[in-house]
Write a protein that binds this ligand. Structure first.
Ligand SMILES: C[S@@+](CC[C@H](N)C(=O)[O-])C[C@H]1O[C@@H](n2cnc3c(N)ncnc32)[C@H](O)[C@@H]1O
Length: 274
């Protein structure tokens, strides 16, 4: 009965109908523009340590990081494993990742500047002990994306994503600006069910973490939220400013956006020979 539901089709529909995607289309430009700020924000979030502690890795492991961003997991991983290969479509994110690696003198990272969908096994991709994708599951054909991960990972695949709508301020601001409910991207339950349909019975662990974002001034926060919401008008700016003035927390001379978030880690062993 469960197998009869086409979860991949449901994933595609939910992804295509997500508010962000409808307004922006392809996200690579967005991530190019946001890369420096995102890289900076990692200094205030310690989720990578917690995530890496869950992985089945040792000093001899090779790891594939899909949608690595500025190196949230790649950099701490490269310190402790043999090699990390990154597949990342945003050139801005890759520039930050390379700077972060150079700052730490790390030379065991290979970067592939492509979307996961376009990376070809045997040509771009090798085999890796472990494959991970953390908050980067923006692919439309998720079944194809997961099959490719399953194919190139010798030992294990780990997916990190949200559990429940991780929409916070979007839930409040989107209706005020656009007169409709904010529709978040599909979360872990779709992935779990797509895998089930592929005959993969994965483990799921739900975690609680605090997400923190720091703004040096109210103007910086307003500017970023205008961009987050794809807003350009003075009226929208007023709505956003008024909301942020009420909701950002002032601490240590900065403005903070803080949210409790539920994340999900999906893990399965591939049994591809390691
Ligand atoms: C929210 S960031 C996550 C970065 C990092 N993995 C982390 O956990 O902080 C999302 C990243 O996924 C990348 N991404 C988006 N679509 C992708 C795709 N189709 N294939 C590979 N990476 C993708 C983006 O360019 C961006 O760097």
């Amino acid at each position: 009965m469960v197998k009869e539901i086409d979860w991949n089709k449901m994933w595609m529909e939910a992804t295509e109908n997500a508010s962000w995607r409808k307004r922006r289309g392809d996200m690579t430009e967005f991530w190019n523009k946001r890369s420096r700020k995102y890289s900076e924000s990692l200094k205030h979030n310690d989720r990578s340590i917690q995530m890496i502690s869950k992985l089945d890795i040792d000093p001899e492991s090779t790891v594939l990081d899909i949608g690595a961003g500025p190196g949230t997991l790649t950099i701490p991983l490269a310190r402790i494993v043999k090699h990390v290969t990154v597949v990342e479509p945003s050139s801005g994110m890759l520039a930050c990742l390379k700077e972060n690696a150079a700052d730490e003198g790390l030379s065991n990272i290979t970067c592939i500047n492509k979307k996961w969908e376009d990376a070809i096994p045997g040509a771009d991709l090798d085999e890796y002990d472990v494959a991970i994708a953390s908050y980067s599951l923006a692919m439309l054909d998720m079944k194809a994306a997961l099959s490719k991960m399953n194919m190139v990972a010798r030992r294990s695949v780990y997916l990190f994503t949200s559990a429940g709508g991780r929409a916070w301020d979007y839930n409040e601001l989107w209706p005020r600006l656009y007169g409709e409910k904010f529709r978040a991207r599909p979360d872990y339950i779709y992935l779990y069910n797509i895998l089930y349909g592929m005959g993969i019975h994965a483990d799921v662990e739900i975690t609680d973490t605090e997400y923190k974002e720091r703004f040096l001034s109210m103007s910086e926060a307003v500017e970023q939220w205008m961009d987050n919401l794809g807003s350009t008008t003075p009226e929208a700016e007023e709505v956003i400013r008024s909301y942020l003035s009420e909701n950002l927390v002032q601490e240590d001379g900065a403005f903070w956006s803080k949210h409790e978030m539920k994340g999900a880690m999906i893990h399965w062993r591939t049994d591809n020979g390691a």
